[in-house]
Design a protein around this ligand. Structure first.
Ligand code: NAD
Ligand code: TYD
Length: 337
């Protein structure tokens, strides 16, 4: 089988490629990535010489390129996106370009080349927010209610994917997953930023009251869910993928990280809140469990420790990405406001 993976040099995409090559060594993978600030070929060092792996440097918004690459592929696994809420608040345009226009170009090429499966990686953030201290969860039938430019652009891409199924019969599947954590996460997202700031002797910025809740999933569990959907999923369906069953607030997570790293709470710095900050996410993943037999295999506390250890041991990786343009972003987000 031949897979075209988009955004495979990013956090989840690179974890997926490493996972897939281990589990399905005979399959061919072509990784199309623009290498934005978030793309890093260092993540894929261990497979770069594998004859079944090929990297193509390019933009999913380029219809000619995408069309030429899509010929003879069996499945498109579409990760490529602008993925960070705070950046979408600073400037939404790249989000509309890549997440909407790029997805459109890929769908057109999949239709043209009769690709056997188009799998779209999406987020639980398209459903908006849930109230704090409630038992409510997002389900397969939750209405869309995106509240940030990021989630609005992902919602638009989900709608396009569904429309290509109803209108043209394109064999699509969608997964809406909760927040991932693990190795190779760009240190602009909560876990990577908190751990690397602490390793640098800096404080951890906590937005607002810190009582926001996300549903956290270890990245390899997400990769396994995508594998199950690609191999056993029902065409036309959306699967919700999530992790924790108990709510945990951002500040509780930061305190766990502080304990693992032997630091005290003086390393927490409460900062101005994110505008339109979604209060709580929680996922009901019983459909993928019942239908495909998937459930998270990794324990949150163990993987949190392992993630801290990974960043501690890969200082060169995050020091490189935290230099250059990252500094500009950090100043705009945390200092100059
Ligand atoms: P990321 O920002 O780490 O990586 C995105 C990758 O896409 C990068 O390698 C980047 O170079 C590439 N890319 C961006 N624009 C491109 C373009 N125009 N053409 C080609 N490549 C381009 O993102 P991530 O955290 O790995 O997320 C991957 C996907 O999973 C996204 O679609 C995101 O919406 C979704 N998702 C992420 C999470 C999470 O917690 N990170 C949770 C649920 C869903
Ligand atoms: P993030 O990792 O950006 O993911 P998302 O916004 O897509 O859920 O943020 C996770 C949570 O952590 C979210 O509630 C915002 C909060 N947060 C902070 O409190 N401080 C930070 O420096 C960052 C990056 C996030």
């Amino acid at each position: 089988m031949k897979l075209l993976v988009t955004g495979g040099a990013g956090f989840i995409g690179s974890n997926f490629i490493l996972y897939w090559i281990k589990k399905h060594p005979l399959d061919k993978i072509m990784n199309l990535d623009k290498l934005t600030y978030a793309g890093n070929l260092e993540n894929l060092k261990e497979v770069e010489k594998n004859p079944n792996y090929e990297f193509v440097h390019g933009d999913i918004c380029n219809p000619q390129l995408v069309n030429s690459l899509t010929k003879n592929v069996d499945m498109i696994v579409h990760f490529a996106a602008e993925s960070h809420v705070d950046r979408s608040i600073q400037n939404g345009l790249p989000f509309v370009k890549t997440n909407v226009e790029g997805t459109f170009a890929l769908l057109e090429s999949a239709r043209e080349n009769k690709v056997a499966r188009f799998h779209h990686i999406s987020t639980d953030e398209v459903f908006g927010e849930l109230p704090l201290n409630s038992k409510e969860k997002f389900t397969d039938v939750s209405p869309y209610n995106p509240r940030s430019p990021y989630s609005a652009s992902k919602a638009a891409s989900d709608h396009l994917v569904r429309a290509y199924h109803s209108t043209y019969g394109l064999p699509v599947t969608i997964s809406n997953c909760s927040n991932n954590f693990g190795p190779y996460q760009f240190p602009e997202k909560l876990f990577g930023l908190a751990i690397t700031n602490l390793l640098e002797g800096k404080k951890v910025p906590v937005y607002g009251d810190g009582l926001y809740v996300r549903d956290w999933l270890y990245v390899e569990d997400h990769c396994r869910a995508i594998e199950f959907i690609l191999l056993k999923g029902t065409v036309g369906k959306t699967y919700l993928v999530g992790g924790l069953t108990e709510d945990i607030s951002n500040v509780e997570i930061i305190k766990k990280i502080l304990r693992i790293m032997g630091k005290d709470e003086s390393s927490i710095e409460y900062v101005k809140d994110r505008p339109g900050h979604d209060r709580r996410y929680a996922i009901d993943w019983t459909t993928i469990q019942k239908e495909l037999g998937w459930k998270p295999l990794h324990n949150f506390d163990e993987e949190l420790k392992a993630t801290v250890e990974w960043y501690s041991k890969h200082e060169n990786w995050w020091k490189d990405v935290k230099s250059g343009t990252y500094q500009k972003y950090y100043k705009a987000q945390y200092v100059n406001r």
